[in-house]
Design a protein around this ligand. Structure first.
Ligand SMILES: Cc1cc2nc3c(=O)[nH]c(=O)nc-3n(C[C@H](O)[C@H](O)[C@H](O)COP(=O)(O)OP(=O)(O)OC[C@H]3O[C@@H](n4cnc5c(N)ncnc54)[C@H](O)[C@@H]3O)c2cc1C
Length: 422
């Protein structure tokens, strides 16, 4: 197999001929060197505040770019050749992703990662040969998109407490219930849903996974407005939605195992792509405000830099261990926690630097725009498992601390539901 270093050099040569380099002001570096205040577009957005049409245009642009990369031998890098990929490693993939940040190429989108890095590999693992043939290529190659229908009003951290029903009717299942916080449901063709098919067994045992076409009769998607301005997530109501048994993923009753696989991929990929402001952006702001020599600010900048580095190395260690063991394990939780802590730390530092300019738009480049980071960052402390849940996982599975008391393990879901009503 070609070494990562050789692959990176070939990719760099191809990108040089294909796309303009971003200006110094836009280029991400570790040191902030070369960045200039006021140049280029200033965006530190965490969640887009865009219309559905604009979101779809972003996806189309990325899909075109993906196709071009595949044709040139620089796309679908770690995907199996069975699904049109190159079958190289995640390190090769990371190498070109890093390089792409230096060029004017279409930006990644959250739905691309959910579809191709969470759902597609889960179907690869649990799907039937027919499902793998039909969906893996389509999702890995971004031909169609799929969102995650997990959380419900009564089930988030305790996902196994979900109550959306799946009732078998011949060769079909009838789904009934409500999902919530479903990111990108308005622009996805499919949702990957975990539903309860059997309330008369303990809660972890009675769940099954389905691919749900979001244009099926009985599916209603309602946007939820966020404090950062956009409405990237939704409520999804399933009212008598019929899905063929051919769209069940994994065995009946394997829903919890399937859900954990999706969540494991989610933790392992959290923080990939560009979300929010970087260390460079903070340094540039401190320099512009003439605060970069202030001893307290210097200490804060050093801390932001160090946190970023610790996170990168933790991710690298976790990726190496995943390669060796075939599973991302609890290292993904540590990586996700470090990422959300870094986002929060950046929010704290820029809030201190900007003061009132963060809340009043004076039109000055690179100031008020930071509120997109400050108001968006808390979302990722909750999405994909909250900070507290990641800490529980790290405590139990990395540090070997005693587990949380789990008194509901041997009680049927129906009995639990009855007890919570009384
Ligand atoms: C930006 C964003 C995008 C999302 N996208 C999706 C999506 O696409 N699909 C989807 O299905 N869901 C999505 N979610 C939902 C997300 O997975 C849930 O919000 C999350 O799992 C927390 O569940 P909850 O909101 O019900 O909070 P709860 O579980 O009710 O938690 C409330 C608080 O209690 C704490 N807590 C709960 N249990 C424990 C415990 N055992 N120990 C310590 N503390 C605990 C939590 O950390 C939290 O602070 C998204 C959420 C956000 C914010």
């Amino acid at each position: 197999m070609e070494s990562v270093a050789e692959f990176r050099e070939r990719a760099r040569a191809w990108l040089d001929g294909r796309a303009p380099k971003r200006t110094a002001a836009d280029t991400l570096t570790d040191t902030g060197a070369g960045r200039e205040w006021g140049q280029g577009e200033f965006s530190v957005v965490v969640f887009h505040d865009a219309s559905d049409a604009d979101e779809l245009a972003l996806l189309d642009a990325y899909r075109e770019w993906h196709r071009e990369k595949v044709a040139a031998g620089f796309g679908a890098i770690h995907i199996s050749p069975e699904f049109g990929g190159l079958g190289l490693t995640k390190a090769h993939d990371a190498a070109i992703k890093e390089l792409e940040l230096q060029y004017e190429v279409p930006r990644d989108h959250e739905l691309i990662s959910v579809t191709s890095k969470l759902i597609a590999p889960t179907i690869e693992e649990y799907g039937t040969p027919e499902q793998r043939a039909e969906w893996c290529r389509s999702f890995f190659q971004l031909e169609q998109f799929c969102c995650q229908l997990f959380s419900e009003p009564g089930a988030g951290s305790d996902l196994a407490g979900l109550s959306c029903k799946a009732v078998r009717d011949g060769d079909e299942w009838v789904l009934e219930g409500q999902k919530v916080w479903t990111s990108t449901a308005r622009i996805s063709q499919y949702g990957f849903a975990i539903c309860r098919h059997d309330p008369d067994v303990p809660k972890h045992a009675g769940m099954t996974a389905f691919l749900v076409p979001l244009d099926a009769p009985g599916v209603e998607v309602r946007p939820i407005k966020q404090m950062s301005g956009g409405a990237s997530f939704n409520e999804v109501f399933l009212s008598g939605v019929r899905v063929p048994d051919a769209l069940r993923v994994g065995d009946v009753g394997a829903g919890w195992k399937v859900a954990l696989t999706v969540l494991g991929h989610e933790r392992a990929t959290s923080g990939s792509g560009r979300r929010g402001g970087s260390f460079d952006d903070v340094v540039m702001l401190a320099r512009h405000l003439d605060r970069a020599d202030d001893p307290i600010v210097r200490q804060q900048l050093a801390s932001v830099y160090t946190s970023g580095k610790v996170r990168d190395w933790t991710k690298a260690r976790s990726a190496a261990s995943a390669k060796a063991t075939g599973s991302s394990g609890p290292g993904g939780s540590l990586g996700k926690l470090l990422w959300t802590q870094a986002l929060t730390e950046i929010s704290d530092v820029v809030s201190g630097l900007l003061g009132a300019s963060l809340t009043a738009d004076t039109g000055e480049w690179g100031t008020f725009g930071w509120n997109e980071h400050v108001l968006g960052a808390p979302g990722y402390r909750i999405a994909g498992g909250s900070d507290e849940i990641q800490r529980n996982i790290v405590g139990e599975r990395v540090l070997g601390l005693p587990g949380e008391p789990r008194v509901d393990r041997d009680i049927t879901f129906a009995e639990l539901a009855r007890q919570s009503r009384t």
